[in-house]
Design a protein around this ligand. Structure first.
Ligand code: HEC
Length: 117
């Protein structure tokens, strides 16, 4: 009996496991739908809506490796999940926690990491 419970518990732990590495192709699709209007079609930080909403705030150029090296994966996940305001950045950056799943946010991270070479 105890063994059976243990086996079930282990099985669940494996299923719940850590979030798998993101899928960059899936991330690109989400980016095009939800992020490009501010972050720009190529992730360079110059989307059309940003100029309208907040002309003085400028997201970083995701294709610039020097800048992107200063961002840890955790920091990127955090600002996408919690929004700019919660991490002391621009309130114009929306929070996507609750709108996107953790897996989708990791897909976005994987996509963003393909841009800086
Ligand atoms: C309404 C405009 C807007 C949308 C939509 C938006 N962002 Fe942002 N985002 C911003 C702004 C503005 C900043 C910069 C904050 C600052 O440094 O002043 C930012 C910052 C970031 C940063 C931190 C690095 C950087 O570029 O400054 C990441 C990562 C990020 N956004 C990811 C995303 C992702 C992923 C999406 C789509 C799921 C998204 N954003 C959608 C406006 C937006």
């Amino acid at each position: 009996m105890v063994a059976a419970v243990l086996i079930i518990a282990l099985g669940l732990a494996v299923l719940a496991g850590p979030v798998a590495a993101g899928d960059a192709a899936a991330g690109r699709k989400i980016f095009e739908e939800r992020c490009a209007r501010c972050h720009g079609a190529n992730g360079t930080g110059n989307g059309p809506d940003l100029a309208k909403l907040h002309p003085t705030s400028s997201p970083v150029n995701w294709t610039n490796p020097v800048v992107m090296r200063q961002w840890s994966d955790q920091e990127i996940v955090d600002i996408i999940t919690k929004g700019g305001k919660a991490v002391g950045s621009s309130p114009v950056m929306p929070r996507f926690g609750g709108k996107l799943s953790d897996a989708q946010i990791h897909d976005l991270l994987a996509f963003i990491r393909t841009l800086a070479k």
